[in-house]
Design a binder for this molecule. Structure first.
Ligand SMILES: [Zn+2]
Length: 246
């Protein structure tokens, strides 16, 4: 029986390592997915900057057009001024020119602000483009690393699967069935050592008589609480690489 239990312990160890490798296999692709999300945000920000840049250029064209219109209105008002007949008309024309010139100054100030914003956006645009390029390079590099990592993990997994099938062959079929169903219902652990009378998986004490029986190691025993297959955790024969006798 001890030999069978020893195989189950090794099998559980093997299954634990397989589980670790399987979740490790998820890590790389998950990291890449995270980076792709980050890249999407960067690209979205860049797109926003581009749109703002376009909008600013449109504003600039509009303001320039308005300034041009004002200039021609100033010219027209100037002609009007030359042809006034009365002092009242003269005063009115002067007032009109004055108002037009003030409006023009106001528009020109606005145009300067827009130009400054365009300049700023162009700086941001260059920086954003560089940032995206660098980020893409990083993602590519990471993708390569992850692919390499995955290949190595696959190799290790294959080896462990082989090891696992060796253990499965060596264990009694009924016991293996029990092991597999226990494993499924007990977060991956079907076998538990009992040390100083306590099941190391569920931490419940085993009755003294049963613990003494476990130390003798004659039959297959289960934890009365978690139902896992138990063995004496301090049994030298069940530790290390030596194969215990039947
Ligand atoms: Zn237990």
């Amino acid at each position: 029986m001890k030999k069978q239990i020893k195989i189950l312990i090794d099998l559980q160890d093997c299954d634990t390592r397989i589980g670790e490798l399987v979740s490790k296999k998820e890590e790389g692709p998950m990291r890449i997915r995270g980076l792709m999300e980050e890249l999407k945000v960067l690209e979205w920000q860049f797109e926003e900057e581009l749109n703002r840049h376009e909008a600013c250029k449109k504003d600039r064209r509009e303001v320039e057009q308005k300034i041009e219109d004002l200039e021609s209105r100033v010219v027209k008002s100037g002609i009007k001024l030359d042809n006034v007949k009365s002092n009242k008309e003269y005063q009115a024309a002067l007032k009109e020119i004055d108002a037009l010139k003030r409006e023009k100054i106001h528009l020109e100030d606005g145009a300067i602000e827009i130009m400054e914003e365009i300049e700023e956006l162009e700086t941001e645009y260059t920086a954003g483009k560089k940032r995206i390029k660098e980020f893409k390079g990083k993602v590519e590099q990471d993708r390569e690393n992850v692919a390499k990592e995955l290949k190595a993990l696959e190799r290790d997994l294959e080896m462990l699967e082989k090891e696992r099938s060796q253990f499965c062959k060596a264990v009694d079929a009924e016991l293996l069935g029990r092991y597999n169903s226990l494993r499924k219902n007990n977060s991956g652990f079907a076998v538990s050592p009992v040390i100083k009378g306590v099941c190391q998986r569920c931490h419940i004490g085993i009755p003294t008589q049963e613990f003494n029986e476990l130390i003798r190691g004659e039959g297959l025993m289960a934890c009365p609480n978690c139902l896992r297959i138990i063995y004496w955790g301090e049994d030298k024969q069940l530790q290390g690489e030596t194969v215990p006798s039947e």
